[in-house]
Write a protein that binds this ligand. Structure first.
Ligand code: NDP
Length: 512
C-alpha cells in the first residue's frame, strides 16, 4: 500500500547527512513500516540556516502573493486525502473515520487564514503621541525561522495547523515530527512543495526529542510545541534562557458535564464520539464525566449501550468506530491505569481489557465508576480509551470537581438550554468549552483562538493570536515637527509649561 518508491521520495525531504535510520512500526500488524532518516544536531543547524536563507526572500513577498500556494495546497489535500489516510492509519492505528476528521482540520486552517491573514498582517495605523504631529504605524514582522515540534497522536493536523500560519506570516519553518508518524507529515510537506512553496523554506528533521528537538529549541527564533506538559516545561526553560518566544499546546484531563436538563441521548452519543476519538489519544478528549444525579442512571445506561455498539477493527475503510492505540508504551499506560483502579476498588462497567486478536495495541473502550483520588486515573492523563463517571448533586459540585485539576485544556457541557450551558461554561477553567459537543466545533471555529489554561499550555492556535504569535510587532513613529527637542532660545521651564498645557488640552478634549 505504501510503496518503497514513495517512502524514498518522502525521505529525501529530511535534512539528514548520514545513512542512519529509524524503523517505524505498522501499528495494525506490529511489523516494520518504513525506515526513516535520522538527523543529527548539525543537520538541525544546517536546516535552520537553509530555512533562514529562503525566509529572507519569502518575507519580501506580499502576503496576498503568498496565499495562492496555500490555496493550491488545499486542493491537493482534497485530491490526496485517501493516500494520506492510508499512511496515517498505518502509522497511528486510528480508525479511518478519525483520520478523515484529522485531515480535514488543516483545510479549515487554510480557508481561514487565506481570508483573514492579509488584513491581520497589514500595517495598522495607530494613534500617534500627539494628534497630527506624530504618525504611528504598527507593522507585523516575521519571527524568522520557527521550530515546530509535534507529537504522534494527531501528527498531520497538529503539524499543518501550526505550519500554515507560520509560513503565511512570512517565516521559514523547521519541523520535527514524532519519528513514528514522520511519513504522513512528510507527505503533506511534499504536497506543500508541489503547491509552489519556495524550496528550502520548510525543512524537516527527524530524531529523538532530547537530541534533535533540543537542538531545534536552541537555534530557532520561535518554538511552537505540541506534546506533554513535562516536555513543555523543559522547552519553556530552554527558550527562556535564549529569550525567544514559544507557544505550548499540552496535555489535559478534560471534564464533560451532563446537566440536569440535558438531552440525555444526545449527551450519551456525543460523549462516546469525543471520549473514544483516536482511542482516547486526543488531548481534548474527556476522561472525567460529571453527571447530574437526576439523569445519572439514564445517562449511564445509554452511554454503556452506545459504547458496547462500537466496532473495533484494524480496517482501512470507514467500518471501524475505533482503531488501535499507537504504541506498546501507550498500551502499557492504559493497562496500568485500569488495573490500578480495579485493584483499588473501581468498578469496570464495560471494557477493561486488551484485544490482541485485533492487533498488538488494541484496547477496549472502558468505562469506570467508583474512582477515587488515590487511583492513577483520577487526575493523571491516561491518554487512552478510559473514562470515569461521577455522580454530582448540582451544577456547583460539577463545576468545582471539573476545575479540581492542574490542567485546563478543554471541557464539554450538555444542556438543552444554551443559556444554562453558557452560564456553566463561563465558570470552567478551560481554554475551550464545548456546549452539546465534545471537541469538534471549537476546533473547527478557526476564527477563535484555542489552547490551554493552567498546565495545559501557553499561547493559542487559531484566531488572530494563532497567526500573530509568529510575528514581532514593530512600532514605527514619525515626528512630523520637532517636539522632543525645544529650540535653544526657549528656556526649558517654559517648554515644560507649554507641553503640560498641551497635555491638559488633549486630555480635556478627550483625544487621549
Ligand atoms: P512528548 O512531549 O513526549 O513528545 C512530543 C514531541 O516532542 C515529540 O516530537 C518528541 O520527540 C518531542 N520531544 C520529546 N522530548 C523533547 C525535548 N526534551 N525537547 C524537544 N522536543 C522533545 O509528548 P507525546 O509524544 O507523549 O504526546 C502526547 C502528549 O501530547 C499528551 O500529553 C497530549 O495531551 C499532548 N497533546 C496536546 C495537544 C494540544 O493541542 N494541547 C494535542 C495533542 C497532544 P520524540 O519523537 O523523540 O518523542
Amino acid at each position: 500500500m505504501i510503496s518503497d518508491a514513495l517512502v524514498a521520495r518522502l525521505c529525501d525531504r529530511v535534512a539528514a547527512s548520514t545513512s542512519d535510520t529509524f524503523s517505524t512500526v505498522n501499528v495494525f500488524t506490529g511489523g516494520t513500516l518504513a525506515k526513516v532518516p535520522r538527523s543529527s544536531p548539525e543537520d538541525v543547524a544546517e536546516a535552520v540556516e537553509a530555512a533562514r536563507k529562503a525566509q529572507q526572500v519569502w518575507a519580501g513577498v506580499a502576503v496576498a502573493d503568498r496565499i495562492p500556494v496555500f490555496e493550491r495546497f488545499h486542493a491537493l489535500l482534497l485530491k490526496h486525502t485517501e493516500e494520506i489516510l492510508d499512511i496515517l492509519q498505518a502509522e497511528t492505528g486510528k480508525s479511518r473515520k478519525d483520520g478523515f476528521l484529522e485531515v480535514s482540520a488543516p483545510l479549515v486552517t487554510v480557508g481561514h487564514y487565506a481570508r483573514k491573514a492579509p488584513k491581520l498582517l497589514a500595517p495598522q495605523r495607530r494613534q500617534g503621541m500627539l494628534p497630527g504631529l506624530v504618525k504611528t504605524r504598527e507593522l507585523r514582522v516575521p519571527k524568522g525561522v520557527v521550530g515546530t515540534i509535534t507529537p504522534w497522536n494527531y501528527p498531520f493536523a497538529l503539524a499543518f495547523m501550526d505550519i500554515i500560519p507560520a509560513l503565511i506570516a512570512g517565516n521559514g519553518v523547521v519541523l520535527k515530527p514524532d519519528t513514528q508518524t514522520a511519513l504522513c507529515t512528510l507527505f503533506g510537506v511534499d504536497l506543500l512543495y508541489q503547491a509552489g512553496l519556495p524550496q528550502g523554506l520548510l525543512q524537516v528533521v527527524i530524531g529523538d526529542g532530547p537530541v534533535v528537538g533540543t537542538a531545534l529549541v536552541d537555534t530557532a527564533d520561535y518554538i511552537g510545541f505540541t506534546g506533554s506538559t513535562r516536555t513543555g516545561r523543559e522547552i519553556a526553560a530552554r527558550a527562556g534562557q535564549r529569550l525567544v518566544g514559544y507557544s505550548l499546546e499540552l496535555g489535559g484531563k478534560n471534564p464533560l458535564l451532563v446537566l440536569a436538563d440535558a438531552n440525555v441521548h444526545q449527551a450519551a452519543v456525543g460523549a462516546v464520539q469525543t471520549c473514544f476519538s483516536n482511542s482516547g489519544q486526543l488531548c481534548m478528549s474527556p476522561e472525567r464525566l460529571f453527571v447530574h444525579t437526576a439523569v445519572y442512571d439514564d445517562f449511564v445506561q445509554r452511554f454503556l449501550n452506545e459504547v458496547k455498539r462500537m466496532n473495533l477493527a484494524a480496517a482501512y475503510d470507514y467500518s471501524a468506530d475505533m482503531g488501535s492505540l499507537t504504541s506498546q508504551r501507550q498500551l502499557e499506560t492504559v493497562i496500568k491505569h485500569v488495573e490500578d483502579a480495579r485493584a483499588k476498588g473501581a468498578t469496570v462497567l464495560t471494557g477493561g481489557k486488551a484485544r490482541p486478536e485485533l492487533g498488538p495495541f488494541f484496547y477496549e473502550p472502558t468505562v469506570l465508576t467508583d474512582v477515587t483520588p488515590e487511583m492513577l486515573c483520577y487526575d493523571n492523563e491516561t491518554f487512552g480509551p478510559v473514562v470515569s463517571i461521577y455522580r454530582v448533586a448540582d451544577d456547583t459540585e460539577a463545576v468545582e470537581r471539573a476545575n479540581a485539576t492542574s490542567y485546563g485544556l478543554n471541557a464539554s457541557v450538555f444542556s438543552k438550554s444554551i443559556a444554562h450551558g453558557e452560564h456553566v461554561a463561563a465558570q470552567l477553567k478551560a481554554g475551550t468549552v464545548h456546549i452539546n459537543d465534545g471537541h469538534v466545533v471549537g476546533l473547527g471555529s478557526a476564527d477563535a483562538p484555542m489552547g490551554g489554561m493552567k498546565d495545559s499550555g501557553v499561547g493559542r492556535r487559531n484566531g488572530a493570536e494563532g497567526l500573530l504569535k509568529y510575528t514581532e510587532s514593530q512600532n514605527i513613529s514619525v515626528q512630523r515637527v520637532p517636539l522632543t527637542t525645544p529650540p535653544r532660545w526657549l528656556p526649558f521651564g517654559w517648554y515644560v509649561k507649554s507641553m503640560q498645557g498641551l497635555l491638559r488640552l488633549i486630555r480635556r478634549s478627550n483625544i487621549r
